[in-house]
Design a protein around this ligand. Sequence first.
Ligand SMILES: Cc1cc2nc3c(=O)[nH]c(=O)nc-3n(C[C@H](O)[C@H](O)[C@H](O)COP(=O)(O)O)c2cc1C
Length: 170
Amino acid sequence: MKILIAYSSKTGNTRKLAEALHLALPNADLCPMGSVPNLEQYDMVFAGFWVEAGNACQDAIKCLKRLGGKPVALFATLGAYPDSRHAADSLAAAAKEIPNGKVVDSFICQGAIDPNMIEWMEKLPKEDENAPDDSRRQLWKDAATHPDDNDLQAVSDWAVAALEKQQALV
Ligand SMILES: Cc1cc2nc3c(=O)[nH]c(=O)nc-3n(C[C@H](O)[C@H](O)[C@H](O)COP(=O)(O)O)c2cc1C
């Protein structure tokens, strides 16, 4: 089974997951979503993105739209907690971008938020809906150490299980 691991990462969090996946699935091809080769040759795609405004980031959406009909395993990082409604909704929104999508499984974990974005949000007026409060600042603090070694182990284990799940279907 020929496998592609394609990912989009602005500040490196999702790239770390993609690289851990590649160690777990060494025969897979690894590439950034901006330079995905001919997809015809692949039997399964692990598609990784960072969450942007509650969906996959923009260049990941472009790539997801090309994955129609293929078995896809989604992996992602986001600032919010991985067991939050927002995390589940973001994965669901990304899955919907794949025409006739066949999502085999999905994985999501926290990823440190760009300090420039934190600085920008700290400057927002108090009445702005994105202005931080104590719980938001705690979230940023919790996100800052992710993805950590546990996340990388978890995404590797998940990838092996997702591949086995797909292989059992064919
Ligand atoms: C412009 C922008 C929008 C973001 N939107 C969200 C969001 O809607 N929800 C969320 O939980 N995190 C959001 N984040 C946080 C990123 O998803 C998170 O930090 C991610 O791990 C970045 O991954 P990367 O290092 O691979 O680029 C956003 C970050 C940026 C820069």
